[in-house]
Design a protein around this ligand. Sequence first.
Ligand SMILES: [Zn+2]
Length: 396
Amino acid sequence: MEGKYVIQGGKVMTPEKIHEETDLVISGGKIEGLFPRGSAFPPEYEVIRGEGLYVSPGFVDIHQHGGGGSDYMDDCEDTYYNATWAHIKHGMTSVMPTLVAAGHQGTLRAVEQYVKASESGRICCNLLGLHLEGPYLSPAQAGAMKPENIRNFDSKEYEAIYRASQGMIRRWSAAPEVKGAEEFAEFAKERGIALSIAHSDADFDTVIKAYGMGFRHVTHLYSGMSSVTRRGGFRIAGVVEAAFYLDGMNVEIIADGCHLPLSLLKLIAKIKKPKTVALITDAMRAAGQDVKESYIGSKDDSQPAIIEDGVAKMMSREAFAGSIATPDRLIRTMRKAGTSLEEAVRMMTVYPLRMMGAGETKGEIRPGYDADLCLFDEGINIKKVLVGGRIVFAGP
Ligand SMILES: [Zn+2]
């Protein structure tokens, strides 16, 4: 039930500052306001102890494939419940489930699964819309995607996928150098779908052109994309350099400390303008599980993976196969890279929401905003999670 609550004596993180020892009042699923500690409230307000804890907006993951043993490609009724729950326990209150490149029928089934999950009423966090990662990607930058599932843009196909989603596709990651990208960009823009550059071998100039076409986001910066290469001795800049060059280009980063070491996290935080960096888990199904082996993609169209050193690896151990990070770990890693707690939290709350055009009443602690919140200690250990004013997780 969305009740009336007072979160008592916490360190409340508002857009302006951290308010020490403050009471935060919630009712009707919304944030009512901040009050000095020890203020008197009518008895119907239930008390949540917040002493010594940070109270922040709930974490938002705009690129996530699964967790808890489930992948959003799985054709199974419990998929969304399992996967989201694995991350809710770690502070997540909103997610953009992400589908890997697959065959046409497999993609349609996964899209329908999203529609069902969003109508089921069983999911305890906000579903922000669907994110498709592929299948229109560069074979040269396939990464953990199956090469046979990568193809050129096909308007009949993407129109059918969009229809199946009943308008719920909010974001589409694609390689802008692949044939048909211009027409696709028009299609996406007309429907309010955020365009993102992913698994791309484009050179610098192609990215500048793609930016003009509406690609305003770069999917997992550094992973699955071109950087400086040499042709006959001459250097050619790639997607990474263009992402740094374009101030208005948003980037998302897998801040698990594996895909990007602390050195690169520091570099990105230094170069990119504030508000243009989002933290993502890009988590595969083994996130939140204690396993040594797993696989990526749906059960019947998968690739095996090894889980070690806090990351999923391809069987060759030559490349990563996705992350097993949960949102709290990303905040911890950014802290280690020297980013302030406030900025790291914004990178996992209000910034990604705004990038996806979903920040109207979410992502900040302000009166009238949705009461999507999490409470955690100095070590970013999650103690409580509220979604729409309901307690959905209470830890030890
Ligand atoms: Zn991904």
